[in-house]
Design a protein around this ligand. Structure first.
Ligand SMILES: CC(C)(COP(=O)(O)OP(=O)(O)OC[C@H]1O[C@@H](n2cnc3c(N)ncnc32)[C@H](O)[C@@H]1OP(=O)(O)O)[C@@H](O)C(=O)NCCC(=O)NCCS
Length: 208
């Protein structure tokens, strides 16, 4: 019998201090916050956090049979663990250059939804989440196709001879996309960030 696990994606804000950082320091803070979100996703899922090691092309390697994925943007991070390859992506919905609209999706895909920036980021994050689940990079973005839009929060991506179900979560002008295999999903959206010196669960780090 297949045990269907509930997924517990966690979204955390960065502190004002973290958002003020620039360059490498900012990326490190985002990465650290995303790992805190991952630790919280483990806790909510009843999974023991393991070493967060990465393989070729930076692909997150599963620990104790648990797969993980994370995403970090300047204001928020998102992370999730699951029993099978999984992908999560978060973006802020802000207008970009017009040309990107036709880069992210073909005419056939745009025929499925209104040509809006919200749709653009829906498509973008859905495709990126699928690429992360497989472990390939952005170079494959145009090979992934929006196959169907089920409703406002669910769509299907066709990539690598497989149909991938993706669920969205929207908040404060951001959108998160998460791949799933029909799992129940309990979104954990934490509004208040910890101060930098607050005790937060820090995942064990791989030895250099
Ligand atoms: C994966 C990728 C699409 C993420 O892009 P992004 O929107 O800039 O970043 P996000 O914040 O959403 O996600 C970053 C996280 O994705 C994960 N990630 C990186 N590469 C990944 C891959 N190939 N597969 C799955 N997840 C990956 C990492 O956990 C990373 O966070 P970390 O560096 O703090 O561990 C992009 O980095 C990419 O195309 N990577 C592959 C490039 C590649 O093959 N490089 C080869 C040399 S390393």
């Amino acid at each position: 019998m297949r045990i269907v696990m509930k997924l517990h994606p966690v979204i955390l804000p960065l502190t004002t201090e973290e958002q003020r950082l620039r360059g490498r320091a900012r990326l490190q803070a985002q990465s650290r916050r995303a790992r805190e979100a991952l630790a919280r996703s483990c806790e909510a899922s009843g999974v023991r956090l393991g070493l967060l090691e990465k393989g070729d092309r930076n692909i997150p390697l599963p620990f104790h049979g648990t797969f993980w994925s994370l995403s970090h943007k300047p204001r928020y991070v998102a992370a999730v663990v699951g029993p099978a390859p999984i992908g999560i992506d978060i973006e802020e919905i802000t207008p970009r250059t017009e040309g990107l609209l036709d880069y992210i999706a073909s005419k056939a895909e745009w025929a499925l939804a209104d040509r809006l920036w919200e749709t653009f980021f829906r498509f973008w994050t859905a495709k990126e989440a699928v690429l992360k689940a497989i472990g390939v990079g952005l170079a494959h973005l145009t090979k992934a196709r929006i196959h169907a839009i089920l409703d406002n929060d669910n769509l299907i991506v066709d990539y690598a001879s497989r149909l991938w179900h993706v669920r969205h979560f929207r908040f404060q002008n951001h959108i998160v996309s998460l791949t799933h295999d029909g799992h129940e999903i309990a979104w954990n959206f934490v509004l208040e960030p910890h101060a930098l010196d607050d005790p937060v669960p820090v995942p064990p780090q791989p030895q250099a």
